[in-house]
Design a protein around this ligand. Structure first.
Ligand code: 6PG
Length: 238
């Protein structure tokens, strides 16, 4: 598994770098197999990327793209905090992509029901057996200042899930349930890209890249890439 870090001067150029990776992965997947599958990250960092894709890459053959989510908050898809809602407002509502290509986690259902349903949607779509990691072309991830990624928070049960691809996970510090992909679900991804911005992430980014144990550092994939802005990377020695 290879890991590498790309540093950009500011959040806007970080979004530009991420867009190049996204478009490159999209085009090579479509050229190879006529389809592109991507897991979108929640949170605020990737929104600049989603807006840039909508603004500058409408010309992609979005009918060949299938979009999934890495995690979702429990509640309605119209909630302000919904990861689906964020991506829909920034990207999906602005491109020509068939509704059936949008595979959202149904956060409005009970957490375990939403998780089991989503796992069935993943294994059905990719034609794999239950609990077999799907071969996503691209997985986009963020990281919290506590080193969490997806909704895999430090000290929570979902970190130890070895079988299921999607589980409910209670985030004690947020006093909230989440539905999240597990590490297993993304371990076969062709390319996994972390987007990290802001000085608030600098300490944890340095420790993760130095190998200190945080959930984000446990992510496995064929190729794991870290894209950060200068503020998030300022503690990293060249
Ligand atoms: C979520 C994400 C979560 C996010 C990090 C970073 O649902 O919030 O899955 O893992 O990527 O919390 O969030 P920011 O990009 O907002 O800092």
């Amino acid at each position: 598994m290879s890991q590498r870090l790309g540093v950009y001067p500011d959040p806007a150029s970080l979004a530009g770098g991420a867009a190049s990776v996204f478009v490159g992965s999209f085009k090579s997947a479509v050229a190879e197999r006529g389809i592109f599958t991507a897991v979108l990250s929640g949170g605020s960092t990737p929104l600049a990327l989603y807006r840039l894709l909508a603004a500058e890459h409408k010309d992609l053959d979005w009918a060949k793209a299938h979009l999934f989510w890495g995690d979702e908050r429990c509640g309605s898809p119209g909630d302000a905090g919904s990861n689906y809602n964020g991506a829909n407002a920034a990207l999906i509502s602005k491109i020509e992509i068939p509704p059936e290509n949008i595979h959202r986690i149904k956060g409005e259902l009970a957490p375990d029901e939403a998780a089991r349903l989503y796992e069935k949607e993943l294994t059905g779509f990719f034609g794999v057996e239950e609990s077999t990691p799907p071969p996503f072309d691209l997985v986009l991830l963020g990281m919290g200042a506590d080193g969490h990624t997806l909704s895999l928070f430090p000290g929570t049960r979902a970190l130890d899930e070895k079988e299921r691809l999607v589980v409910p996970n209670f985030a004690g510090k947020l006093d909230a349930w989440r539905v999240t992909l597990t590490f297993r679900a993304i371990e076969r991804a062709k390319k996994t890209v972390f987007l990290v911005a802001g000085a608030g992430k600098a300490a944890v980014l340095k420790e993760v890249l130095e190998g200190k144990d945080y959930p984000a550092g446990r992510v496995k994939g064929q190729e794991v890439v870290w894209l950060a802005d200068k503020d998030a990377a300022f503690l990293i020695k060249e």
